[in-house]
Design a binder for this molecule. Structure first.
Ligand code: HEM
Length: 420
């Protein structure tokens, strides 16, 4: 039988629904070399088994110096603006042994316990944001809810004083609006954030005494963290704070945005979740967030990897120096791993999705992302029980950009809450 034509990638239609194209690639070209919109050539890995293996393959380096084209110098690879802002030493750009050292230090400060203790604060932020539009009966859930919640949450956790948090909201807004267009604004926002964080770290370091303080913020925890007598330098702490913000922000916006959208488009599943959270039962909420990560996760492609040696992925020879992009969104819909992969099943139990990655770069913020998404979805469904889409799905726009997948806007309607 003739093989159908390869689908067009990275078009407008593709951004709205990339899943049919990924199904084609999994079937006919599971390890596929393509030219990206930035004109860099890269390999896309789309099957679950290959994807999982590639994410844990130490021959694939995260350090852009291994890229044969050195395209990172021109800003075509990596986070826009990070080169100029001297932030290259963060976790997603380095390999062992440096990665092991830095990750161990940050893990001492960014503990699951610190995140769990943050639960009441996330609930407070969630309620405050919903208060701001609940009496109106309509809202854009991206701009008014999914976007500000993670930025305020991570600022609070890091210890950015409340009076400075709106600056972060502005800088983050400049970064998130970037979708393949001019990069100047993004680079400026990254630079301002970096300068601010460096000053904050410097101030906190001089304020700190040698004793740990109860309830201290994450930046103080980062400065204090030590491993066999080793500490983070101020530069490393600034790069770490930056990557926590950068990696923890747009991803969580998209989990809340894509997740709410998927619920609104699957009314039976939404009803099941709504009934269970209204009863105060959180067991379905936990599997639901994992399923939303699998079904339409925030990170469409894992971040850049480069072959340090010629290697084989799924029977395809990858030359040394070539970039490899693992397509998490394609792997997580692979019928060889997931039953009924295109169906949203909030109670799915066998769900080892790759939405948070896999291997040594597995998302360090996963506990915080889960906390925020569970809180956001449960509170929305409880406080605004008749929440519905206020736009035709075809009219919704998805942000361009290679790595992340998320809606630009999510207009909704609901019965207004009566004022207290
Ligand atoms: C790494 C997804 C939220 C911090 C990753 C990776 C993925 C991911 C897929 C691995 C990338 C790769 O291997 O190329 C997500 C998703 C999130 C989320 C879907 C939200 C729904 C967060 C949050 C934080 C965070 C809230 C921090 C506050 C990080 C960091 C890394 C990372 C620092 C790099 C870890 C390393 O290289 O060792 N994340 N993330 N993420 N994430 Fe997240």
């Amino acid at each position: 039988m003739p093989v159908p034509h390869a689908p067009a990638l990275f078009t407008f239609e593709f951004a709205a629904d990339p899943y049919p194209a990924y199904a084609w690639l999994r079937e006919y070209a599971p390890v596929h070399r393509t030219t990206l919109p930035s004109s860099v050539d890269a390999w896309l890995v789309t099957r679950y088994a290959d994807a999982r293996q590639a994410l844990a393959d130490s021959r694939l380096s995260k350090n852009p110096v291994h890229h044969s084209e050195q395209a990172h110098r021109s800003g075509r690879v990596g986070i826009p603006g990070e080169r100029s802002a001297d932030l290259m030493t963060h976790l997603l750009n380095i390999d062992p042994p440096d990665h092991t050292r830095l990750r161990r230090l940050v893990s001492k400060a960014f503990t699951p316990r610190r995140v769990a203790e943050f639960g009441p604060r996330v609930q407070q932020l969630t309620d405050r944001l919903i208060d701001s539009f609940a009496e109106r009966g309509s809202a854009d859930l991206i701009h008014e809810f999914a976007f500000p919640l993670p930025i305020y949450a991570i600022c609070d956790l890091l210890g950015v004083p409340p009076e400075d948090q709106d600056d972060f909201r502005d800088w983050a807004g400049m970064m998130i609006r970037h979708g393949g267009g001019p990069r100047g604004g993004v680079a400026r926002a990254v630079k301002r954030m970096r300068t601010y964080l460096a000053e904050l770290i410097h101030r906190k370091r001089s304020e700190l005494t040698a004793q740990p303080l109860p309830g201290e913020d994450l930046i103080s925890g980062l400065i204090r963290a030590s491993d066999h007598g080793e500490h983070l330098t101020e530069n490393e702490a600034a790069a770490m704070a930056f990557i926590l913000l950068f990696a923890g922000f747009e991803t969580t916006v998209n989990l809340i945005g894509n997740g709410t959208y998927a619920l609104l488009r699957n009314p039976e599943q939404r009803a099941l979740l709504q009934e269970s959270v209204q009863r105060g039962d959180t067991s379905l909420l936990a599997t639901a967030v994992e399923e939303l990560l699998r079904y339409d996760g925030p990170v469409e492609l894992a971040t850049w990897r480069f072959a340090t040696t010629p290697l084989d992925i799924g029977g395809v020879a990858i030359p040394e120096g070539d970039p490899v992009l693992v397509v998490l969104a394609a792997a997580d819909r692979d019928p060889d791993r997931f039953e009924g992969p295109d169906t949203l099943d909030l109670a799915r139990r066998d769900n080892p999705h790759l939405g948070f990655g896999h291997g040594i770069h597995y998302c360090i913020g996963a506990p915080l992302a889960r906390l925020e998404a569970q809180c956001a979805l449960a509170t929305l469904l409880t406080r605004l029980p008749d929440l519905h889409l206020a736009a035709a799905p075809d009219d919704l726009r998805w942000r361009g950009g290679l790595i992340m997948r998320g809606l630009r806007t999510l207009p909704v309607g609901f019965t207004p809450e009566r004022g207290a």
